[in-house]
Design a protein around this ligand. Sequence first.
Ligand code: CP
Length: 345
Amino acid sequence: MDLYGRDLLTTQDWSFDELMTALELATKMKRDRFNPRWMKVLEGRTFFMFFYNPSVRTRQSFECAATELGGHAQYLTPETMRLKTAATAGETIEDAAKVMSRYAAGIGIRILEDKVTRYGEGWELIKEYAYWATIPVSSMADDRFHPYQGLADIMGWAEWFGEGPGRPNFEALRGKKLLLTWAHGALARSWCSVQEALLIASRFGMHITLAYPEGYDLDPEVIGWVKANCAANKADFEIIHDPEAGYEGAHVVYSRNWMSPQAYEGGVFRKQEEIQKALQYPQWIVTAEKMARTDNAIFSHPMPVDRGHEVTDDVASGPRSAIYDIAENRLHVQKAVMALTMGNL
Ligand code: CP
């Protein structure tokens, strides 16, 4: 399958076979991480990592990925690029994307939370880069999607229901139940990770229970795609508003705080209001007592974890926590996608 030159803005844009091509290569790369054959895949090539927001996993794993493929990852921020914005004169996205395409093999962009003034603005910026660039553009997390996180999630779950690290069984996920639950917290997070997790879980035939307090609806268009994916895979989808329900029969419990649809009222990110509102729901937290009601579920979270709010320490660091395996998988899925879309395999 030829994926050379393809953008990755959400996993929903790729066919199931294309996703499996990336995941199978990621598995090979994980099992045989430092094989010299991978070291020539990006030899002499540069990947631009353009960050509007900070990161631990994304920056570090992309930089390691480029190194392990024999290439280089260059860290860029808007402050270093003199770009045109609503408030300042500067270079247009058309000019920046066309020039960046003359230098690098690919561009990754992260734009989240306080760097946008309305939901969807970050996604639109990445789509505009993808429109003008002649090299692959991918989202390293925007306000709608986080495709590499979704790939790492599904690989991690398939490893836990397969034969362990580097030995995933993707077919085993079909018919398993994912409980994806909102959690209270002090970070007022974007919707990208949870929306991407819902999209990819539904592509792989998982039953989904989505739990959140009234007033925390996600993007209705994305939820429509999730429902359609579930229907195509004969999987169930339900939304509940009870912090205690949904655990029975769950195989994967995923918790995450996310902002409400009112977060950008007035054209600014109302972070403090969102945090104060979220902290009024202390019962929305994953605990060992709740996990005990599941079908021996694993705990999943894209990280960074807001411990004590989104999940208790004993669950986050417990024997059924998949968080570090999934964080590690960011490296492997990114290597695979970079190799397939911009490399010399
Ligand atoms: N999960 C994730 O994207 O982590 P970072 O924000 O640390 O990159």
